[in-house]
Design a protein around this ligand. Structure first.
Ligand SMILES: Cc1cc2nc3c(=O)[nH]c(=O)nc-3n(C[C@H](O)[C@H](O)[C@H](O)COP(=O)(O)OP(=O)(O)OC[C@H]3O[C@@H](n4cnc5c(N)ncnc54)[C@H](O)[C@@H]3O)c2cc1C
Length: 441
């Protein structure tokens, strides 16, 4: 199906995956690519990757994803992407209080790479706190019962900068961007007919009411996928995790430069501080939060008058992060957190990505979704999957196909080894915060 490269292609969503798609399409010779985004600038604050940094690692217990991630890492280590890649190493650990699932995950992650020819030379086991102290000589915390390993092949990427750089580059290559809440926000996909054998997505409407025509529409709106394609709500849910930061002084920032990413599976993870903002970014680990609509059953990021945490993170997450700091950098453990927020992504129950044609649309509509909170690292190669889809006319990789629907139940995602804990509704978090504020009065 390697078709007409002059066809009108509309990419809805200028997040990590939409930008990657635009890049690979123009590199392959497509000449008429327009990217729409509801935000007025790129990176969009609605993007799950609107952030200082994201982990780039390749240890998956699943060889398929390990190989994809290795391909991505090889791309990060090139002059085009390398500005935003920091191969500082990645330490995975558990604390003395870790539940069995976290310990099992760590062992499985290690065994997936310890004999792998590419990783093995860069892996060191860390069996006691003294081993951690050798790597993190700056840490004065006890790191009680920490066990784990260091993977030198991994690190992190500056996600907002990577998106900003790619946006600038794409503009210079002639990709058009239509941004903003009125002209850039897609609100409805329009089809020529409802007859499945002839149905094509031929147009879409943006919030201003304007209608755009496209031969190919590629939906990359992350956590918002079900707003445009409601059927997706049966196998992709919008979910969020907390993000918080500690503001450092220049000297504190310099002191911590070059530390490997530390991921303590039962507590959370943090990165070397960002030299431009001097922020130390932290994320607690857990099963995340969803926002289910009682009528439709869909989980979507809160909108309109819906209440959602703003300038605070759930109390249990804050507790985990403060414990993580006490164990590592106790001098920061009581500092106020700044820029606290919830960050949304699209989650599948088995953590598989979905990059596929929407069925019964004659190849006119493609969706990229289900990043499951581990898709940023793939940014350099995601667009290649779209090209393969266009070339082969069927999904080759990743593996989850659009038709694989899934009933949402309490066990959603429990089989994913790196998700520890139980998913909560956002409204429970808001109610809990209200109770805490009331109790303080
Ligand atoms: C807290 C957190 C930590 C994470 N950590 C990591 C990590 O360490 N490593 C890793 O690899 N991945 C990580 N991820 C996942 C990563 O952020 C996502 O995989 C990645 O952002 C997915 O890209 P995307 O383009 O599908 O979606 P997004 O980047 O979310 O982009 C979606 C875009 O669609 C736009 N949009 C939405 N609705 C519309 C509409 N109607 N019309 C037009 N535009 C619209 C948005 O403005 C946004 O720009 C993390 C995610 C979160 C939330």
């Amino acid at each position: 199906m390697d078709g007409d490269k002059t066809e009108v292609v509309a990419i809805l969503g200028a997040g990590a995956w939409g930008l990657s798609t635009a890049l690979h399409l123009i590199d392959a010779g497509y000449t008429n690519v327009t990217v729409f985004d509801q935000a007025s600038e790129v990176p969009s604050p609605y993007s799950g990757a609107y952030d200082l940094n994201k982990i780039v690692r390749a240890e998956y217990e699943d060889e398929f994803y390990t190989e994809l991630a290795l391909e991505a890492i090889n791309r990060w280590r090139t002059p085009f992407w390398g500005w935003n890649f920091h191969q500082v190493g990645y330490v995975v650990a558990t604390s003395s209080a870790a539940p069995a699932k976290a310990v099992d995950h760590l062992e499985a992650a290690l065994s997936s790479i310890k004999d792998h020819p590419v990783f093995a030379p860069g892996i060191s086991s860390l069996n006691k706190s003294e081993d951690f102290k050798k790597i993190y000589w700056q840490f004065s915390g006890p790191m009680t019962g920490f066990k784990g390993y260091l993977n030198r092949l991994a690190g992190y990427a500056h996600s907002s900068n990577a998106m900003a750089d790619l946006h600038r580059y794409l503009v210079s290559r002639g990709v058009k961007f239509i941004l903003g809440a009125q002209e850039g926000k897609a609100v409805k996909l329009l089809y020529n007919t409802s007859n499945p054998s002839e149905r094509r997505c031929t147009r879409f409407q943006v919030a201003s009411g304007r209608v755009h025509q496209a031969r190919r529409t590629i939906v990359c709106v992350g956590a918002y996928a079900a707003t445009l394609i409601p059927e997706m709500g049966s196998f992709v849910i919008a979910k969020c995790w907390s993000v918080a930061h500690v503001q450092l002084t220049e000297r504190e920032c310099d002191y911590l430069r070059g530390i490997p990413v530390l991921n303590v599976r039962d507590l959370g993870f943090f990165f070397e501080p960002d030299p431009a903002t001097r922020l130390l970014k932290l994320c607690p680990l857990g099963a995340g939060y969803i926002n289910s609509d009682a009528n439709t059953g869909l989980s979507l990021p809160p909108s309109g008058s819906q209440r959602a945490p703003k300038d605070y993170i759930p109390a249990s997450d804050e507790k985990k992060l403060r414990r993580l700091l006490k164990e590592t950098l106790p001098q920061l453990a009581d500092r106020p957190f700044v820029d606290q927020r919830l960050c949304w992504f699209s989650d599948t129950s088995d953590s598989e990505y979905c990059v596929d044609f929407v069925p019964d649309t004659g190849g006119s509509l493609i969706v990229l979704s289900g990043d499951s909170g581990h898709g940023f690292k793939m940014m350099p190669i995601v667009g290649e999957w779209v090209l393969k889809l266009l070339r082969d006319g069927r999904q080759v990789r990743p593996r989850r196909q659009f038709r694989q629907t899934q009933k949402r139940d309490a066990d959603w995602g429990n089989d994913v080894s790196w998700r520890i804990g139980t998913t909560k509704e956002i409204r429970e978090v808001v109610e809990e915060q209200d109770r805490m504020v009331k109790a303080r009065l």
